[in-house]
Design a protein around this ligand. Structure first.
Ligand SMILES: NC(=O)C1=CN([C@@H]2O[C@H](COP(=O)(O)OP(=O)(O)OC[C@H]3O[C@@H](n4cnc5c(N)ncnc54)[C@H](OP(=O)(O)O)[C@@H]3O)[C@@H](O)[C@H]2O)C=CC1
Ligand SMILES: C=C(O[C@H]1[C@H](O)[C@@H](CO)O[C@H](OP(=O)(O)OP(=O)(O)OC[C@H]2O[C@@H](n3ccc(=O)[nH]c3=O)[C@H](O)[C@@H]2O)[C@@H]1NC(C)=O)C(=O)O
Length: 351
């Protein structure tokens, strides 16, 4: 799909060498006619469909993102179980409405223009203990809470999740990690729903994860991850370790500020952290409008109050450019930019 003529990609993302992680929003059925919808029309109305209540044009994405940035979305719905999730997806597809599924919005940069589609907020929050160390958890369950609970119960594998602001679904999708642990290593199986409404369950051995990557990021038929089963081992020291990791996080990261965690992936092949390069480029405290490189941790960018998506995009672009100029390293985003209208456009490709 081509960019709409009425919306422009921010100029900073047109410059050669300025790359952006591809936003993967799920589009409508290709064979259905696209309805012409004006952005955020029917402001403030709700639309009831089979017991589901969609809010039209009113929900501000800044309230759904840890960065506190983003304009209105055309449709918004919260889902509390998999039946509601599937119904919401079916509604979107039948009406040719693009949708995204989000958790805590801790890895998303929404645009001030908003999102011309439906944002489905995942509130599937159950936790089942199947047997000692085996937890089946709804994808909307807070990852932080899971990490603390499992560690307190004497199981190791998810200590690092303490303090991570995302959901179990987001953490699986991103293969979140910290302190030498990764989500993938604790997974036994993942249940998800496809675009045509099928439920599938893959066991860990069927899934190839990497550093901040999962097969779900490139799975065309994925609609949403529904639940994840974790398999953890007994450990007398898990609780202490979880506390230590949390303390380390408090000492090294700007906890409590409006951030989206690490902005860039570490360039693993270079054997250096993105934060180190940004700091050595002299960019700690560098500011564009309301967006600033944290003085505490250079790979965290802070909304100091009133930052716009343009501020943040420009800050990202400047940091990438300076790091490239100084070290010849092209940083790659960990955060996902949700473009207001473009579907499946890889902005990494060119300007
Ligand atoms: N290590 C750390 O300290 C930090 C880690 N993080 C990590 O960032 C991630 C963000 O989690 P969260 O805030 O919940 O995610 P978000 O709400 O930010 O969603 C980010 C993207 O993840 C995908 N996604 C989220 N939930 C689902 C789901 N149930 N099924 C399929 N795709 C999904 C969607 O991608 P798409 O639209 O492309 O399909 C979505 O756009 C986690 O991995 C979190 O642990 C974040 C901050 C700090
Ligand atoms: C926050 C995230 O995950 C974090 C995770 O919490 C921490 C803790 O294990 O390790 C990663 O950060 P990181 O690589 O920056 O880890 P740190 O230990 O803080 O720093 C690495 C190196 O960079 C140096 N460093 C760090 C910050 C800074 O401002 N300047 C600097 O030079 C540190 O001295 C250290 O030598 C994850 N980030 C990535 C992109 O891999 C996230 O994914 O959102």
């Amino acid at each position: 799909m081509s960019p709409s003529p009425s919306l422009s990609i921010p100029p900073c993302y047109r410059s050669p060498g300025i790359l952006l992680h591809a936003p993967r929003t799920r589009g409508p059925f290709p064979f259905l006619c696209s309805q012409s919808r004006s952005f955020s029309k029917d402001q403030g109305q709700t639309h009831n469909c089979k017991g589901l209540k969609f809010i039209r044009g009113k929900k501000q994405l800044k309230d759904l993102s840890t960065w506190g940035i983003g304009g209105p979305c055309n449709y918004f719905i919260q889902v509390f179980d998999q039946t509601q999730l599937v119904s919401a997806i079916r509604f979107c597809r039948e009406h040719s409405i693009r949708f995204i599924v989000i958790g805590k919005g801790s890895n998303c940069l929404f645009d001030d223009v908003g999102f011309d589609g439906c944002v489905i907020l995942n509130r599937i929050e159950f936790l089942e203990k199947k047997e000692p160390g085996i937890y089946r958890v709804g994808s909307g369950f807070r990852f932080n809470r899971l990490g603390v609970q499992c560690s307190n119960e004497g199981f190791t594998g998810l200590e690092f999740a303490g303090g991570i602001p995302g959901t179990v679904g987001g953490a699986t999708y991103m293969n979140a990690g910290a302190n030498g642990q990764e989500t993938a290593n604790a997974i036994r199986s993942v249940e998800f729903v496809t675009m045509d409404g099928k439920f599938l369950r893959f066991s860990r051995t069927d899934l190839v994860f990497g550093y901040r990557s999962s097969p779900f990021q490139v799975m065309e038929e994925l609609a949403a991850i529904i639940a994840v089963t974790f398999e953890l081992q007994h450990s007398g020291s898990a609780k202490r370790r979880q506390h230590e990791y949390m303390e380390r996080r408090r000492m090294s990261q700007p906890v409590g500020e409006q951030t989206a965690g690490s902005v860039f992936r570490n360039p693993l092949d270079m054997g250096v952290a993105a934060a180190e390069l940004i700091e050595k480029a002299g960019l700690k405290g560098f500011r564009v409008g309301g967006a600033m490189v944290s003085k505490m941790h250079a790979n965290f960018f802070i909304n100091c109050g009133g930052a716009t998506s343009q501020d943040m995009l420009h800050l990202l672009a400047v940091v990438k450019e300076k790091v490239d100029q100084k070290f010849g390293v092209q940083l790659k985003e960990e955060i996902i930019y949700i473009h207001p209208e473009i579907t499946d456009v890889d902005l990494n490709k060119d300007g």
